[in-house]
Design a protein around this ligand. Structure first.
Ligand SMILES: C[S@@+](CC[C@H](N)C(=O)[O-])C[C@H]1O[C@@H](n2cnc3c(N)ncnc32)[C@H](O)[C@@H]1O
Length: 299
């Protein structure tokens, strides 16, 4: 089973995180920590670029699952997913915690790991929880004196809650790659500045604040009527870049300022849909190496 989503930007995102993982296990191999790779939106292990689907196959920005593609796809066109990339890293992580909310994805991933990574199977834990719930338990129940982790947050939309980012920051031990859905935040504001009800609530939860609502609309003078009176017209006052800046500020707040300033903008056809950001929770001097590695792979 292969998911159908993504495009060239998906490949770039995954290669960036993969480069970091490669450097991470090499850098920490002499230390006594147990190293965890935590992928909370792990998917099925592979995806097919949406551009390869015919229009009737497309699913409007979301994923679909293909038992066997109904069209010919070269194997080199299949995008290898984050979890499989992590399992290929040498030296290997000590534990792989792979999670997806969809059972079909978890089943597909299990099947792939059993057939292709049987030598690592006893290091893998597969689960099917909401990402926030899974991370909350992990952050609270792990001994962060002896464990270190790289956490990859790779959602389609506004699924990751700010509360979860706060929990990750409190561990003082995890490095986080977060694909921030900046376009999904932006599109909850209509052109006339009105914030959509449900979507707006999701933005509140993702940013952990409602303050953004105070500045996203502005009023301008409208056209004058016959009596020379103009009624004010409301319009959207922010753009995607503004949401990127706010999301970074919020992430900094959760990680004691420890967020790399360089950000990778990603999206289909030149659209800025996501911003890949890196944060590290360990305040120690040695842990600054994490930011150096992340900056190097973000170049
Ligand atoms: C962009 S895909 C991630 C793909 C994966 N990282 C890869 O490289 O193939 C997002 C994934 O998040 C999963 N997902 C959506 N909402 C979720 C949630 N609340 N908790 C956990 N997983 C979720 C979807 O089922 C989907 O597989």
């Amino acid at each position: 089973m292969t998911q159908a989503f993504g495009d060239e930007h998906t490949r770039i995102k995954l290669e960036t995180v993969e480069k970091y993982l490669n450097a991470y296990t090499k850098a920490l191999k002499q230390q006594s920590f147990t190293l965890l790779y935590v992928d909370v939106c792990a998917g099925s292990g592979a995806s097919i670029p949406r551009a390869l689907l015919t229009s009737q196959d497309d699913c409007g920005g979301q994923q679909q699952l293909l038992e066997a593609p109904a069209f010919a796809v070269d194997t080199d066109q299949i995008i290898v997913g984050s979890a499989i990339r992590a399992l290929r890293i040498t030296p290997a992580f000590d534990l792989y915690l792979l999670n997806d909310v969809k059972k079909s994805n978890v089943d597909a991933l299990r099947k792939k790991i059993k057939s292709e990574f049987s030598h690592l199977y006893d290091r893998v834990t597969l689960s099917q929880f909401d990402a926030n719930k899974m991370l909350f338990t992990l952050c609270r129940e792990t001994n962060w004196r002896s464990n270190r982790a790289v956490v990859f947050l790779d959602p389609f939309g506004l699924q990751i809650k700010y509360e979860t980012l706060l929990e990750l920051g409190r561990t003082k031990a995890v490095d986080v790659w977060y694909l921030v859905p900046v376009f999904a935040m932006y599109r909850q504001i209509r052109g006339d500045g009105l914030v959509l009800e449900d979507g707006g609530r999701s933005v509140d939860e993702a940013l952990g604040t409602t303050e953004w609502r105070n500045v996203v609309a502005t009023e301008e003078k409208g056209q004058m009527d016959l009596w020379g009176v103009s009624a004010p017209v409301s319009k959207r006052a922010v753009d995607v870049a503004w949401f990127e800046a706010i999301a970074k500020e919020r992430l900094k707040l959760a990680f004691g300022g420890q967020v790399v300033d360089e950000v990778l903008p990603l999206g289909r056809n030149g659209l800025h849909e996501f911003s890949l950001m890196f944060a590290w929770a360990n305040p120690g001097d040695k842990a600054r190496l994490a930011s150096k590695l992340a900056k190097a792979v973000l170049k």
